[in-house]
Design a protein around this ligand. Structure first.
Ligand SMILES: [Zn+2]
Length: 240
């Protein structure tokens, strides 16, 4: 990824332009390129295979970029795809890998604010599509968080409530007076009326009540971070 940039250009389904680098680069080179690149992240996306060790420093650099990025696995290699300011990538190839590959990581960059250290409601919704073997990881200002499909307990039996995630979110929203999907009609608060901090604190509340977080490593906690980096470097399998 020098200045000549990419060997392949194509349009994604969402009609953004995708620049696909066909020669694998080290994470250092990919980040260096992105740090110097100027492009419209809402309409353009970059994708490149990252070879070599990915370090916690690389992950910390990646949350400084002004858009979310994602790491997925393709043929035992890590692929970096750039997303948008407030969303994960939307390119077709990324969406296929996101749900089934050995890795599904995305960032909440520091430009999103201080509080975006938990999976968002849309991240939670997407856990419905992820395969059980795919570790879901969020990189954020404070560290790395491994999360999973929400498990809500029935308050009377303390057994997990079995329902799909959309229903789980809807019911939880009703209990918390929020119309999470903006369906309207039920005298609940619209998510659009929430301040960012109200939204983040609801997301944190949901994460706690739905046992969403599997592992939370702060950047200073090198041992825990290293354990999560093993997923990112494809050395650790989920459920092993
Ligand atoms: Zn997210």
């Amino acid at each position: 990824m020098q200045n000549h940039v990419c060997n392949s250009r194509h349009m994604s389904e969402s009609s953004e332009r995708v620049y696909e680098e066909l020669t694998p680069r080290t994470m250092d080179a990919v980040l260096q390129f992105l740090e110097g690149a100027s492009f419209d992240c809402e309409r353009e996306a970059y994708e490149c295979e990252a070879v070599g060790e990915i370090t916690p420093e690389h992950m910390q650099r990646s949350i400084m970029l002004p858009y979310e990025i994602a790491l997925t696995e393709r043929s035992k290699k890590v692929v970096l795809t750039t997303g948008k300011n407030r969303s994960i990538p939307t390119t077709a190839n990324f969406i296929v890998r996101r749900d089934t590959s050995r890795l599904s990581l995305h960032t909440h960059h520091i430009g999103l604010g201080q509080e975006t250290t938990t999976p968002s409601f849309s991240d939670i919704y997407l856990t419905d599509f992820a395969s059980p073997r795919t570790p879901l990881i969020l990189a954020h200002r404070l560290g790395l968080t491994v999360y999973r499909r929400p498990i809500l307990l029935d308050p009377s039996t303390l057994k997990p409530v079995r329902s799909d995630i959309r229903d789980t979110l809807l019911l939880w929203g009703e209990e918390n007076n929020i119309d999470i999907f903006s369906f309207g009609g039920k005298n609940l608060r619209s998510p659009h009326d929430l301040t960012p901090n109200e939204k983040f604190s609801l997301e944190r509340k949901f994460a706690a009540e739905a046992n969403l977080i599997v592992e939370d490593g702060e950047w200073e906690d090198t041992q825990r971070i290293q354990g999560i980096m093993d997923y990112i470097n494809l050395r650790r399998n989920k459920n092993s």
